[in-house]
Design a protein around this ligand. Structure first.
Ligand code: OGA
Ligand code: MN
Length: 284
C-alpha cells in the first residue's frame, strides 16, 4: 500500500488496498500505524456492504453500537440489517428517515463524546452522494493544541468540559432527550479539555461540540466566552482538510485527535452513507 498526504494538517489517502478482500495482519498493522500518524485515512473506490464494513472495523477493535436514539429509526425502517451499522442519510422511506443528520449543516464535533468512553474511531463509507454540497471537513486537534496561545492554554489547563448528549451535531433533539435551557444542567459526560492520546502520547484539544457545552465551576458567561475563543481557534483553516466525497470512499478517522463538520446539501438529492464506530477509552 502507498500513502499520499491529503493536507498539511492531517489525513492521508491509502492506495493499493481492496478492503473487500480483508486485511492481512501486516496490512492491518500498516493501516493502524498510518491512521495514528495522519489522524484520518481515505480509501477510494471501495465497495463494502454492511457486513464488510463491520468486518473492516473489527480489525481495529470491538465496535460501539449506534446510540439508542438512532436504533429506533433503524429498527423501524431496516429490519434485521447489521446492528453495528449506523446509517447517515437524508433519505426518507415511507415518511421515516432511514438514517441520521438529514441534509443540513452538522456543526464541528467529535463523535459520541457525550459517552464516558467515546469511540476512538469512526469509519464512514459513501454509497450515494449528491452532485454537489455535503463536503465534510476534519480539523487536527493536535495541531490546534500545539498552536494554542499561552494565555488560552493557561485558561484551560486542568479544566474539564461537559459534552451535551441532548442534540445531534445537526441540531436535532435526540429521541428521549429533553431540550436544554440551562447549560449547567445539560446531560452528557465531563471530559478534560486537554487529553493525552493513549496511543501516540500527543496532547490534543478535546471539545465535543459547541452547542450546550459547559465548563464546570465557571460562571456561565465566562464558560461561554472561553468556549467561543477555543472553537474559533480550533476551526482555523490551517488545521483543516476538506473532503469532497465520491461513491466508494471509505474514511476512517481518529475521534481523539480530530473534529469534523459537514456542510448542508440540496434536500432534493440523496446522500446515503454507512458507518461503524470502534470502541475507545475514557479520555484522560
Ligand atoms: C459522522 C458525521 C458527516 C457526514 O458520520 O460522524 O458527522 O459527512 N458525518 O455525513
Ligand atoms: Mn460525526
Amino acid at each position: 500500500m502507498d500513502l499520499r498526504p491529503l493536507s498539511p494538517a492531517l489525513g492521508a489517502e491509502v492506495m493499493g488496498l481492496d478492503l473487500s478482500r480483508g486485511l492481512a495482519v501486516a496490512e492491518r498493522d500498516a493501516v493502524h500505524h498510518a491512521w495514528l500518524e495522519h489522524g484520518l485515512l481515505l480509501f477510494r473506490g471501495q465497495d463494502l456492504d454492511e457486513a464488510g464494513l463491520v468486518k473492516f472495523g473489527r480489525n481495529f477493535g470491538d465496535l460501539e453500537p449506534p446510540p439508542a436514539s438512532a436504533e429506533r429509526t433503524r429498527a423501524e425502517t431496516r429490519g434485521a440489517a447489521a446492528p453495528e451499522v449506523w446509517i447517515i442519510s437524508n433519505v426518507v422511506e415511507n415518511g421515516v428517515a432511514v438514517g441520521a443528520l438529514g441534509d443540513g449543516e452538522a456543526e464541528w464535533h467529535t463523535d459520541m463524546s457525550y459517552m464516558a468512553e467515546p469511540p476512538k474511531a469512526s469509519v464512514l463509507h459513501a454509497k450515494e452522494i449528491p452532485p454537489s454540497g455535503g463536503n465534510t471537513s476534519w480539523a487536527s486537534m493536535t495541531a490546534a493544541c500545539r498552536a494554542l496561545d499561552p494565555d488560552l492554554l493557561r485558561r484551560i489547563e486542568g479544566r474539564k468540559a461537559n459534552h451535551d448528549s441532548s442534540y445531534t451535531a445537526a441540531g436535532q433533539l435526540r429521541k428521549g432527550a429533553d431540550s436544554v435551557t440551562d447549560v449547567t444542567q445539560a446531560p452528557g459526560a465531563v471530559h478534560p479539555i486537554l487529553r493525552r492520546h493513549p496511543e501516540t502520547g500527543e496532547e490534543a484539544i478535546y471539545l465535543g461540540r459547541r452547542t450546550n457545552a459547559y465548563i464546570p465551576d465557571l460562571p456561565v458567561e465566562e464558560s461561554e466566552e472561553l468556549l467561543d475563543a477555543l472553537w474559533t481557534h480550533c476551526a482555523r483553516p490551517d488545521f483543516v482538510y476538506e473532503h469532497v466525497w465520491a461513491v466508494g470512499d471509505v474514511v476512517m478517522w481518529d475521534n481523539r485527535s480530530t473534529i469534523h463538520r459537514r456542510e448542508a446539501f440540496d434536500a432534493a438529492s440523496r446522500r446515503y452513507m454507512i458507518r461503524v464506530q470502534i470502541k475507545g477509552d475514557r479520555p484522560v
